[in-house]
Design a protein around this ligand. Structure first.
Ligand code: LLP
Length: 420
């Protein structure tokens, strides 16, 4: 098992089991059942600190990657702001006690009610995506009340070199105002002329799971040319730093990314305060998901299918983006992985796979715990109740203490919105 894919505070105990944050992952799985998301709390904290060291209070965590009250509190206590992209994310962040001014409201199609919730919470910034949204804000900000502090989201026309579904900086995009056609300049003029908004900066997010940092440098170059003449206070380059998911992949750390961005911004003469919005690079490698193997089906001359008790409902990424993962046994993380098998879930479709060609120990058998690393971002947050499968619990481990921060859903939860 490639060790660098595991959370920072992972170790092997005397019993040979994988420990995370000082907790035996086998015991955690026994106590809370499977599937279960096990997070290394200090790993999360260390990543937040890296972001804050490089960008101070312009380091903003993208909650879409992973959000629950415990996470919102943790990130905020480490000095980061939080970006929320819907009324729902805003609601959870506020429920966690994060003050409105430390929140940034995103979304390419914010409704009038989401905007009024954001205004009522007095969020720090609203990142405006469209002229229609400017209209909505103008309707909502009452005459005489203070203007909404906004950034305009622009598309710099830069290829992020990532999966098409998560590439956002190119001109052909549903997000933001296009720089190359002059639409972004028109949006700036419109915002500057409005009494309802105070334009404080420009925002761009070129994509997610980006390994090639030169893509960010290119975006900064375009943004320097576009935004600097306006002399605005903030320039936010979004999130997007990639993380390794499988053997052989490597990515810069948040600190290295920060250095590169700050240098690139300096090189092109950016004077505005540079901000980032990392999501995945904060949360992804902090967690593993532990499942239980339920069936092993050997098809002579074809392949072996290993079915676990979760699947596309707790991790839709393999199905959506063809994303790769590794697999290992938490009871013996150092075991040699000599067989290849397809790890699948329990949902009623063939596409429901977690690992297409998993290297696993030959001993892997029914009843074993099987884990996938790097599932801390866009797993729980994109989870579903498909087939009325219950969403797994979330456990934060730190100094030998395993703290349940989100419980497993129950059958009763499944009926909570059902009225007749
Ligand atoms: N800021 C904005 C405006 C964003 O749209 C995003 C991600 C981020 C920040 C955070 O990006 P990160 O640092 O996490 O790359 N579900 C996909 C990822 C979608 C990302 C959407 N926007 C996945 O599982 O790969």
């Amino acid at each position: 098992m490639p060790w660098h894919l595991l959370p920072e505070n992972a170790s092997v105990g005397d019993n040979g089991h994988l420990y995370i944050g000082g907790c035996d992952t086998v015991e955690v799985a026994q106590e809370f059942g499977t599937p279960v998301f096990i997070y290394d709390e200090d790993h999360l904290r260390a990543r937040c600190r890296e972001a804050v060291r490089s960008f101070g209070n312009s380091a903003t965590y993208a909650t879409k990657a992973f959000l629950c009250k415990a996470m919102a509190k943790l990130v905020h206590s480490e000095g980061m702001k939080l970006d929320v992209a819907t009324g729902g994310e805003l609601h959870v962040a506020l429920a966690a006690g994060v003050p409105g001014p430390d929140l940034v409201m995103h979304g390419n199609n914010k409704s009038e009610s989401e905007l009024s919730e954001a205004l009522a919470a007095e969020v720090g910034h609203i990142v405006v995506d469209s002229f229609e949204e400017l209209d909505r804000i103008e309707r909502l900000v009452a005459a005489g009340s203070p203007p909404a502090r906004i950034l305009l989201r622009v598309t710099p026309g830069v290829e992020a070199h990532t999966h098409e579904f998560i590439s956002t900086g190119q001109d052909d995009s549903k997000f933001g105002f296009t720089v190359s056609t002059g639409v972004a300049a028109a949006a700036v003029a419109r915002a500057m002329a409005s009494d309802a908004v105070e334009l404080v900066g420009i925002h761009a997010h070129i994509g997610s799971q980006v390994f090639r940092v030169d893509s960010f440098a290119k975006a900064l170059e375009v943004l320097a040319g576009f935004a600097e003449p306006y002399g605005l206070e903030h320039l936010v380059i979004g999130g997007g730093l990639g993380v390794p998911y499988v053997e052989g992949e490597e990515a810069p750390s948040i600190s290295q990314w920060g250095k590169i961005l700050i240098q690139a911004a300096q090189d092109v003469g950016i004077k505005a305060k540079l901000g980032i919005e990392p999501g995945r690079s904060i949360a992804a490698a902090a967690a593993i998901t532990v499942y239980t193997v339920g069936t092993v089906k050997q098809l002579e001359g074809i392949r072996t299918y290993i079915a676990v008790d979760g699947g596309m409902s707790d991790n839709p990424r393999p199905v959506l983006y063809g994303s790769g993962y590794e697999g290992f046994l938490p009871a013996d993380p150092l075991a040699e992985r000599t067989i290849t098998a397809r790890v699948v879930g329990k949902h009623c479709e063939t596409g429901d796979l977690l690992i297409r060609d998993a290297a696993l120990p030959a001993s892997t058998a029914v009843g074993d715990l099987l884990a996938t690393p790097v599932t801390g971002a866009y797993g729980h947050s994109m989870g579903s109740n498909y087939n009325k499968v219950l969403r797994p619990p979330i456990v934060f481990c730190r100094d030998g203490d395993a703290r349940l921060v989100v419980r497993r859903e129950t059958y009763a939860d499944l009926l909570q919105t059902d009225l007749s």
